[in-house]
Design a protein around this ligand. Structure first.
Ligand SMILES: CC(C)(COP(=O)(O)OP(=O)(O)OC[C@H]1O[C@@H](n2cnc3c(N)ncnc32)[C@H](O)[C@@H]1OP(=O)(O)O)[C@@H](O)C(=O)NCCC(=O)NCCS
Length: 168
């Protein structure tokens, strides 16, 4: 019997990963917001948790998570800041096309939930685009138990997002 591919190894993102992270992020615009190298580096600095999954030394996916009180101008982050004193906000998750549908998104979110529990946060928050649509991510979040708590138009009314929460 031959072994299948090794499970991706998870670790905190380092500055040396950021070129690869940026490349994967930009692969998925507009499902995730566009970044430049400096805005990505700033975001990772603000993050409570920034984790990459590496398979055969290559980035297979990543997640970036913020807690309360971050100086982050995103209208979606501000939406959840106004609703909660304590919360865990998934700013973005992206899986490389070759690793989609293999359970890696679920594994990264399990890490987010563990982190949230560890810091005493009662809720995980995220948003998904409704327009332009992202039905794959909507199905993913629904499968993981997230529920819609609102909708908003952002970025000069060019993007409509569904605001989601998973109560722990
Ligand atoms: C959305 C995304 C994060 C999901 O990650 P993933 O690793 O592909 O998903 P998983 O394999 O962990 O799936 C977890 C569950 O969600 C379901 N799911 C995932 N993608 C789905 C899809 N496109 N349609 C229906 N269900 C889906 C799976 O069936 C699975 O359910 P199961 O465990 O009961 O079988 C990933 O596809 C991605 O990076 N997409 C592009 C970027 C993006 O949209 N990011 C999110 C922005 S809000």
């Amino acid at each position: 019997m031959t072994d299948g591919p090794a499970a991706p190894r998870l670790r905190s993102l380092a500055e040396s990963d950021l070129d690869e992270v940026l490349q994967l992020n930009q692969r998925w615009v507009p499902h995730v917001g566009s970044l430049r190298f400096d805005s990505l580096a700033e975001l990772v600095d603000l993050a409570e948790l920034a984790v990459g999954a590496f398979a055969d030394g290559e980035l297979a996916g990543f997640v970036v998570v913020l807690g309360p009180g971050a100086g982050y101008a995103s209208p979606n982050y501000r939406y959840f800041s106004a609703r909660h004193r304590l919360f865990t906000y998934v700013d973005r998750i992206a899986i490389a096309p070759r690793a989609q549908g293999t359970g890696l998104g679920r594994v990264l979110y399990e890490g987010v939930v563990d982190h949230a529990r560890g810091v005493g946060s009662p809720v995980v928050c995220a948003e998904v685009n409704l327009d332009p649509p992202n039905p794959g991510s909507q199905a993913f979040h629904e499968r993981l138990g997230f529920v819609e708590v609102g909708r908003q138009w952002t970025y000069d009314d060019t993007v409509q997002v569904q605001m989601l929460e998973l109560v722990l």
